[in-house]
Structures are given as C-alpha cells and as structure tokens.
Design a protein around this ligand. Structure first.
Ligand SMILES: [Zn+2]
Ligand SMILES: [Zn+2]
Length: 289
C-alpha cells in the first residue's frame, strides 16, 4: 500500500533563508507487517542469499553473556533493499541489492547489535538458500518481525542539533511566537523524518557524531533502523494520511513498532557508509533518549 506523509505545514526554507540549499530527500521505508518474499525489499524478511555461500555468523567474544560453547551466532536479516525500490542507496558498481544483518545478541560495551551490510548483484544468485540458519541465542528485541516496505520520498531539513546556534535561536523564537499559532516544532515536525529510512538527514536523538572509515574518509548517512516509526508529538506530522484514522488516544503498536524491535530504550541505529571507498564499508552509531 502506498503511504503518504502529510505535506510540511510550514515552509521553513522560505521562513529561514539560512536553510536554503539544506533540503535533502529521504526515503521513508514505512515497514509494515507482511509476508515478503526473497525477491521483495523487506525488513526482517527472507534474504536473496546464494545457496552455495556461507551464512554470516558472529564470532565476537564481546557478547555480554558468553556461554563459552558457541560456534558463533547466526546473524539475522534486518533489511533487504533492491535498487529498484531505493536507487538513492550508493550501490557499489554492479550491485543492485543491499542486505543488512545483525547479531541478535547484546554486545559489550554498547549493548546494541553488531551489524553487517552485504552489497550484492541479485542477477548472479542462481540457486537461492531456502532456509536461513536460526540463531542459537538471541535477544527477542533484536529479532525483527517480517515487514514489507512502501518507500516514499520526503523533503527534510537538518536536525535542530546540527544547526548553527544563531539560527537555532531564531527558529526557537519563531516557534514560540504568535507567528506560529499552531505551535509547530522545528525539531519534531519540520526537520528530519523519524523512523526507518534511507539517506537524508540523521534524526539525532543525542549529540551528532561524525564518522570516519578506516581510511580516514568522512562517512555519509546510509540508512536508519528505528525502534519506533514515530511517537508522541511527531505523530501529528509524520503519521501517513492513510493511517491517521487508526491512531487515537491509544496508538496502534503495529503502526508504531511494526518490526517489533527495540534498540536501547526506543532508540535508533544510524548506519553510515564511505562514498570514497568502492566497497562501501559501514559503521553504526546507536542513540536513545
Ligand atoms: Zn555477536
Ligand atoms: Zn573510506
């Protein structure tokens, strides 16, 4: 089903010329419970994985509770995105499929899953693995429920956390003034889209962090994996038009937490990649409130 974000209630770029050129497009993936196939883009769905290629296992010794007997923990699928659904992803030459897996066991010292991204040419997968290995151990909150995706492009502006102090102050003054009778909040309604998404601005929960690859290049926001699609105040702007009638005083958990994951305390995992390294290495940052 096509899901549609309501249009921005305020044109912030017109109101604050300092934001000129700062608009970016993000692809909201809108995961919703479903039964995706290996040939679909999905969250927590089956991956198009070659039958003759070893499945990734996490051998890390930093598991919070190492039982000592494991031969490794099978990684679990988190996202699979075909280029046809999000051509905005910086696919390496020849690849048309981005597969993201994580280890579903808590790692020290950050207590978040360790993630791996695989870039693949789907046309080279002849025989498809029919059943992925089940992880021997896992935390329930790191096992995403299968969801289909409905990619939608939305215009975003930088998080209030990354604005120059002077502009931030100007925006705060505007938001509390009579020029903003509906009390729109830049941070919650007018800047970054919450939820699981590709590209665009990072919806920082805490202080912004800049990431470097092993070769010292500045990395770019690849995608965000979010515990919640939107919550509380941001609902007013970011709930798709098609679903607004389903949100009331009691929010519907399958709309807010479609994949039923929990990163920290309702946090998000921000995945970064290097646009200069041709193999597109990834690093992650996780934040929660
Ligand atoms: Zn692990
Ligand atoms: Zn690099």
């Amino acid at each position: 089903m096509q899901l549609t974000t309501p249009p921005a209630p305020v044109d912030v770029a017109a109101l604050f010329p300092e934001l000129a050129g700062q608009g970016r497009t993000t692809v909201r993936l809108h995961p919703r419970r479903g039964a995706p196939a290996v040939t679909d883009s999905s969250m927590g769905g089956p991956l198009l994985w070659p039958a003759d290629e070893a499945w990734p296992y996490c051998e890390a010794s930093q598991h919070a509770d190492p039982s000592g007997l494991w031969g490794g923990v099978a990684m679990v699928p988190v996202l699979q995105i075909y280029a046809r659904d999000a051509p905005e992803l910086p696919f390496p030459a020849g690849a048309d499929l981005c597969q993201v897996l994580w280890c579903p066991v808590t790692h020290q010292p950050d207590h978040v899953p360790v993630l791996q991204a695989v870039w693949r040419d789907s046309r080279l997968v002849a025989k498809v693995l029919t059943k992925a290995p089940e992880p021997m151990e896992s935390e329930e909150e790191y096992l995403p429920s299968p969801c289909v995706l409905s990619p939608e492009r939305v215009r975003e502006y930088p998080s209030a956390w990354v604005l120059p102090a002077k502009l931030d102050k100007k925006i705060v003054e505007w938001s509390m003034s009579s020029q903003n009778p509906e009390k729109w909040s830049y941070q919650y309604h007018l800047s970054t889209a919450p939820g699981t998404k590709v590209g665009g601005w990072v919806d920082w929960i805490q202080d912004p962090i800049s990431m470097e690859c092993d070769r010292g290049h500045e990395m770019s926001h690849l995608l965000t994996i979010a515990s919640w699609e939107h919550d509380g105040e941001p609902c007013k702007r970011w709930t798709p038009l098609e679903e607004q009638h389903r949100l009331g005083p009691y929010q519907v958990s399958e709309l807010l937490e479609p994949a039923n994951i929990m990163i920290g305390d309702a946090g998000s995992m921000y995945v970064f990649t290097c646009l200069e390294c041709p193999d597109r290495p990834v690093e992650t940052v996780s934040q929660c409130s």
